[in-house]
Design a protein around this ligand. Structure first.
Ligand code: C2E
Ligand code: CA
Ligand code: CA
Length: 717
């Protein structure tokens, strides 16, 4: 019959074959699995080959005796806890003594009582099982301590002895030579200096008054690595209430603290740029307002928004857009002093703080603003750094920003109002032009609510046919002949009358209505051309302004073509005015798109030329028909300074590249004469006519009047 293994495997060692036989018989009968060895050498060999749960070992054998076998087994890694029952002579106290010294677990006297033998073996096995359990749980405890990075320690007052677990030493760093020099003082020395007094006091209170404590403190490790621990300690008292030991557990919580720090950082910072986020920024401002209120000092919030960022982002894709934002954030951070030292606890003051609060919007807190102009200086600095050229995928692009400024306490007393007012001021800056900053003023508040209403109204206006096109003649100053016109949109507002584009184009761009507005303009312009054609008026080329979002539509060439076809006019009658900034965003795809438009027969013009940042190398590759010199260079063109130089070089550029050059915003005869004399006869401006309604323009066309005949002669005089 096969014995049940849970009853235990016994190795029986005796040189007496009879005893072996009888013992084996009774043990097997009791359910044990028994192996035999007839001498010490064989016993060691058999033990080496397979594990046993218990050994019955005769003391006296030829060769190595039982004591020696026992001693050797105790040194064996598997033999340390093996129950070894030694078989000795009856009442042979000396051999019993020797057996214990050799490491025997118990002894059994000969002659053997067979019934008792199985009992003793069973008992020996149970005891070893218990020992195994204890050992295992000690190991488990050590393992658990290791996993939890938790060390335990104990200070015994009577013995003045400090003891600790392995893990404690690990926590305090591997090279801590705790042994020998281990004292409570040494233990305290390792506490980070800033925490030492607190920890010391807590331990004193525990030692003398028995007050338990829980503390978090830092450790100065010899290798200078960071370590934060959580420590709990209690006093243990004897029956009379006297404190006899104090016991503590110290847990390494560095990772947890780090994780918390990271989470907190994530909660307070923008994931993309690493700048402070909206929430953190407003917390910082809150703290600062409190201080400013106390000190009666001023501070300012700057609201910075990248111009046309949405257009750029659409053109380049989100990944490139993100990259741009990171670069810009980096520049702002570099420009804003001390932003990296940000920390709420302990509150650390920095001169300026920058945050990214949304998409392409950043805010900056400027502290201790002595005069409003101080905030404006900071704003100028930021605008300058934003507008430095950026390198993206090999091409250079230039972005600009607009900044609104709200000053505490003048423009608002709470974070929310200051914030809102800075944002409103930013919109005012956007309306003024790129790279400008604007202070908040009271009227803006009203303007802001008007704006929201206006946006909804504009949406309706596009559908309700409230928009109008006005037409401004383009004139050949040499002959005085009208050679074309620019269509400029107006809004016939039911209550507010005729509104100019400066009052709603910006709004249309921000709200995305600009594409719908552009579609309306194209259709209206085509229809108008057709109407004049049908009325038998002389044919002319009409310029329309095409905003970036419209141009960036994938199928723009087909859309425009369709619109003209439906009206029955040819693309050759339309000249599309584009602005530099949008062309530079992605030069390669711009060139492809321009070529497609050109193939359809559209004329292409570069509007506001000179205000953007076109590089000449691109200009050469853009298939353009016309350059329009921006009005700002025309104003002082006759003074012969920088503006004149720019105007003249644009004229020269056009000549070289075979493009027609148009001067816009010509208001005086002097300007007209100067430009004509320098090779720029095609002109547009109030000198000839402001933009006028369709009927007035038709009348002009019909009359075929010449503009200011003899202009050249007059200015030459
Ligand atoms: P722009 O394309 O540079 O148009 C020329 C602007 O200069 C027009 O202003 C025109 O009235 C004005 N102007 C013409 N001659 C003179 C002059 O001698 N002196 C001065 N001081 N100004 C002169 P307007 O019509 O207010 O348009 C402003 C801007 O609005 C345009 O600038 C253009 O960027 C935009 N815009 C106008 N119509 C449209 C449109 O249909 N679509 C789009 N996307 N934008 C448009
Ligand atoms: Ca234009
Ligand atoms: Ca223009």
């Amino acid at each position: 019959m096969k014995t049940q293994p849970e009853h235990g495997r016994v190795l029986l060692v005796d040189d007496d074959a009879m005893i072996r036989m009888l013992a084996a018989e009774s043990l097997r009968h009791a359910g044990f699995e028994v192996s035999e060895a007839d001498c010490g050498e064989q016993a060691l060999r058999v033990f080496e080959e397979s594990p046993f749960d218990l050994m019955l070992l005769d003391v006296l054998m030829p060769g190595i005796d039982g004591y020696t076998v026992c001693e050797r087994l105790r040194r064996h890694p598997r033999g340390q806890w093996l129950p070894i029952l030694m078989l000795t002579g009856l009442n042979d106290s000396e051999s019993i003594e020797r057996a214990y010294r050799a490491g025997a677990t118990d002894f059994i006297t000969k002659p053997i009582n067979w019934l008792l033998l199985t009992q003793r073996v069973r008992y020996g096995l149970r005891a070893s099982h218990a020992i195994a359990l204890v050992t295992h749980s000690q190991q488990r405890l050590a393992h658990a301590q290791r996993l939890a990075r938790m060390g335990s320690w104990e200070w015994s007052i009577a013995e003045q002895r400090f003891s600790w677990s392995d893990e404690l030493q690990q926590i305090f760093s591997g090279d801590w030579k705790l042994a020998g020099a281990a004292t409570p003082e040494r233990f305290l020395d390792m506490v980070r200096e800033s925490d030492r007094a607190t920890v010391g006091a807590a331990r004193q209170a525990l030692l003398f008054e028995g007050t338990a404590y829980q503390l978090t403190y830092g450790i100065d490790r010899p290798d200078a690595t960071l370590c934060e621990v959580f420590e709990q300690a209690v006093a243990v008292r004897d029956g009379s209430g006297r404190i006899i030991t104090i016991e503590g557990v110290t847990q390494d919580i560095t990772e947890r603290v780090e994780a918390q720090r990271r989470i907190q950082h994530m909660a307070l910072h923008d994931g993309l740029t690493g700048l402070a986020n909206r929430q953190f920024f407003s917390q910082l401002v809150e703290v600062e307002l409190e201080r400013s209120r106390r000190d009666k000092s001023a501070c300012a919030i700057l609201y910075l928004d990248i111009d046309h960022f949405k257009t750029v982002n659409d053109a380049l894709g989100d990944a490139a857009g993100d990259q741009l934002l990171c670069t810009l954030a980096e520049r702002l951070r570099a420009e804003v002093r001390g932003a990296d030292l940000l920390a709420l606890k302990p509150p650390m003051r920095t001169a300026e703080v920058v945050a990214r609060i949304d998409g392409d919007a950043f805010t900056v807190l400027v502290l201790e603003v002595r005069a409003a102009s101080h905030a404006a200086l900071v704003a100028e600095r930021l605008l300058k750094t934003i507008s430095l050229p950026l390198l993206l995928g090999g091409s250079e692009i230039v972005l600009t920003a607009s900044i609104g400024i709200a000053v505490f306490p003048r423009d608002g007393k709470t974070v929310e109002t200051l914030w809102r007012h800075a944002e409103q001021a930013m919109y005012a800056a956007k309306a003024t032009g790129p790279s400008t900053c604007h202070f908040f003023d009271k009227e803006m508040n009203a303007a802001a609510s008007v704006k929201l209403g206006l946006e909804n109204a504009l949406r309706r206006a596009i559908g309700n046919d409230e928009l109008r096109l006005h037409f401004q003649p383009k004139v050949d100053a040499g002959s005085g002949r009208l050679i074309g016109a620019e269509a400029l949109v107006r809004w016939q507002h039911p209550q507010r009358g005729l509104l100019g584009p400066d009052q709603f184009i910006g709004l249309a761009e921000e709200s995305g209505l600009i594409v719908a507005l552009g579609d309306w303009v194209v259709t209206a312009a085509a229809r108008q051309l057709r109407q004049w054609q049908d009325a038998g008026l002389p044919p002319l080329r009409l310029s329309i302004n095409l905003a970036s979002p419209s141009f960036l539509q994938e199928d723009i060439a087909d859309r425009l073509d369709d619109a003209l076809r439906r009206a029955g006019v040819s693309p050759g009658q339309l000249l599309l005015e584009l602005t530099e900034s949008l062309l530079m965003v992605d030069a390669e795809s711009t060139i492809a798109r321009l070529n497609r438009l050109r193939e359809k027969g559209f004329g292409l013009s570069l509007d506001d030329f000179g205000t953007g940042y076109s590089s000449l190398s691109y200009l050469k590759r853009f298939p353009l028909d016309e350059l329009k010199i921006d009005r700002s260079f025309i104003t002082d063109v006759t003074l012969g300074d920088k503006d004149a130089a720019i105007a003249l070089s644009v004229i020269e550029l056009g000549r070289r590249f075979g493009m027609q050059v148009v001067a816009e915003g010509v208001e005086t005869r002097a300007q007209a004469g100067f430009l004509l004399a320098h090779g720029c006869p095609i002109q547009q401006g109030y000198l000839y006519s402001p933009p006028i309604a369709a009927d007035d323009f038709a009348a002009l066309l019909r009359r075929g009047d010449r503009f200011d005949r003899g202009l050249l002669a007059q200015t030459a005089e």
